[in-house]
Design a protein around this ligand. Sequence first.
Ligand code: ADP
Length: 266
Amino acid sequence: YVSNDPINDVEQEVTEWARDKKIEIEALKNQEQFRREFLANISHEFKTPLFAIQGYIEALQEDAMDDQDLARSFLHKASRNIDRLTLLVKDLDVISKLESGEAPINFEKFEITHLIRDVIEQMEHKAKSHKIDLIFKDKYDSSFWVNADRDKICQVLVNLIDNGIKYGTENGFVAIKIFELHDQILLEVTDNGLGIEEKHLPRLFERFFRTEQSRSRQIGGSGLGLAIVKHILEAHQQTITVRSTEGVGTTFAFTLEKVMPNIITV
Ligand code: ADP
């Protein structure tokens, strides 16, 4: 190839190079901004419970100690805030392991209704204390085999069911449903709780995003649950969607790779 306008060629090359660099710099700037916001969010999330604990302890040091009932209630509240901090540290640890690749996805074939029953058993106590019914129909006596990381899908189910309980209404329910698609298994977690305003839906899976409603109701949570869920499913190359109507309820739906059961030949 012989160019008849070498100067123009070089100019064009330089322009393209500069454009690529500009895109690169923009991406770096965004990353930097993202990191800064993340740090600001973390310190904000830590500050609230820490200040509360400090407040209760100071009150106890002053004169709240003289009133036994008041002292007990302040200690209980301080302890609740310590639980919040613990949860926050735990969830941050999960997120950072997922992002750094320290928690790789270990695919294995397993039967999903077993896992769902285990998770329900594990969550039953919390559900009862919130007067929420966990529903998983017995019609699922057939088996549904998937190829996924069992522990991580367990975490996905726990986080979604936990939200259904936390943002549920008394005497409500959280139902888990399974649908068999062509080459995927679709799982749905539905509640008839508070629901989510439509304007919040696009930001729901962002780290630390919480609606004003859940913040003001003081419902314990790190704001990382759905970010973890999305991370895990993305690492499986699967998707999650949400449908919600305020005051009616919410459904999260996600897919997993369907596989044939392990056949043991004798
Ligand atoms: P959190 O620790 O606050 O529960 P999540 O990441 O799990 O954090 O959820 C983010 C926000 O999405 C919640 O604070 C709540 O406002 C909203 N949300 C999540 N699940 C539900 C649900 N099932 N019903 C209503 N709102 C929900």
